[in-house]
Design a protein around this ligand. Sequence first.
Ligand code: FES
Ligand code: FES
Length: 162
Amino acid sequence: MIIKFTLNGRSRKVDVEPATPVTDLLRETLNLTGTHVGCDTSQCGACTVLFNGDAVKSCTLLAPSLDGAALTTIEGLSGSSGSNRLHPMQEAFHENHGLQCGFCTPGMVMTAVALVTRNPAPTEAEVRHGLEGNLCRCTGYQNIVASVMAGAVAMNEPAIGE
Ligand code: FES
Ligand code: FES
């Protein structure tokens, strides 16, 4: 079946099998390998993407669900302001050492962006609660939380400066 959707700000039309997981579509058909696959069963959050602005686990989302929707992957965050710069949340993870092996990081960043978009000034407890669906096998949670807190401030900086 043919589906049409917006991927990282661009219109896409793709022929998919109805049972294709979005992770397979992204990684194998569209060569967007920044979305990682850990558990493949909606447990770890490594595959998190933004689906109409909400953080969702794409390993258990079927490709036909994308028809008419807007999808953002980790590849769509950098340069989203029209520049070549990393997204403020990505910069915050870099500056606050919010990753070790990096496997969970794309999913963590996508969840964090959705969280801060919904709640621009989250408390540390709200950040920890918001990250509950994302597991880090390197157990670097302290720095991940610090990164999200810093990223929240950075994401709000243009609005504060206006
Ligand atoms: Fe999707 Fe783990 S790969 S939640
Ligand atoms: Fe290694 Fe999170 S940084 S899994």
